[in-house]
Design a protein around this ligand. Structure first.
Ligand code: AMP
Length: 212
């Protein structure tokens, strides 16, 4: 089964993807995490991607699609996967469709998580991430037991550069799922809209229902 999670930055794609992966065993593929890993390791791709990421812009399709196609060609992605943060536009969706079609698969569900702009700014500026295991927290909605320390692995929590308020506003403007992308999945009959403004557990339940 192949699933894509759609929604603006801060809709909860990353958090929900981690929960769905834990509940279903589906492989979680996040292009944002992959880029951040490259930035951390200071690879050539990381240096290139960071020029866009630090400004809240999308990394060009050519780079992103190549990285994603390489990822899904590996053995662990043959039975299915959940994509978080990909596709961000129609060109990326078409590239994914073609790659899956070539192995007799398709996107089975596109889950669109909806949240108001006001709530998104609040969420993004309160977000913290574990440097060691990548677990996500939120200052108000989902805080760690000890401030600054990960409950799961004891790692240090940090705030993403692109979660700073100025960059957050940029990202919201430039990175909402475009109408033609949503329409693409609606036409294919696989789109499900989920109200992301409810408590975390309720959203997880609704998402799990939608992929049953
Ligand atoms: P995310 O963790 O999904 O919010 O992604 C963080 C940043 O990585 C984004 O602001 C983009 O600069 C870049 N990025 C992640 N996924 C994509 C994608 N599918 N296409 C282009 N850029 C991406």
């Amino acid at each position: 089964m192949y699933i894509v999670l759609l929604g603006p930055p801060g809709a909860g794609k990353g958090t929900q993807a981690q929960r769905i992966a834990a509940a279903t065993g589906l492989l979680h593929i996040s292009t944002g995490d992959m880029f951040r890993e490259h930035v951390k390791n200071n690879t050539e791709l990381g240096q290139l991607a960071n020029q866009y990421m630090s400004r809240g812009e999308l990394v060009p399709d050519e780079i992103t699609i190549r990285m994603l196609l390489e990822r899904i060609s590996r053995d662990d992605a043959q039975a299915g996967a959940m994509f978080d943060g990909f596709p961000r536009n129609l060109a990326q969706a078409i590239a994914l469709d073609q790659a899956l079609a070539s192995r007799g698969a398709r996107v089975d569900r596109a889950l669109l998580i909806t949240v108001s702009d006001e709530e998104l700014v609040n969420r993004l500026s309160g977000r913290w991430i574990c440097r060691q295991c990548g677990r996500l927290y939120h200052q108000q909605n989902d805080p760690p037991q000890k401030p600054g320390i990960c409950d799961t692995c004891g790692g240090q929590l940090y705030q993403r550069d692109d979660d700073k308020p100025e960059v957050v506003r940029e990202r919201l403007q430039k990175q909402k799922p475009p109408a033609d992308l949503i329409q693409h999945y609606r036409q294919a009959g696989v789109l499900r809209e989920i109200d992301g403004q409810r408590p975390l557990d309720e959203v997880t339940q609704a998402l799990l229902e939608a992929i049953k």
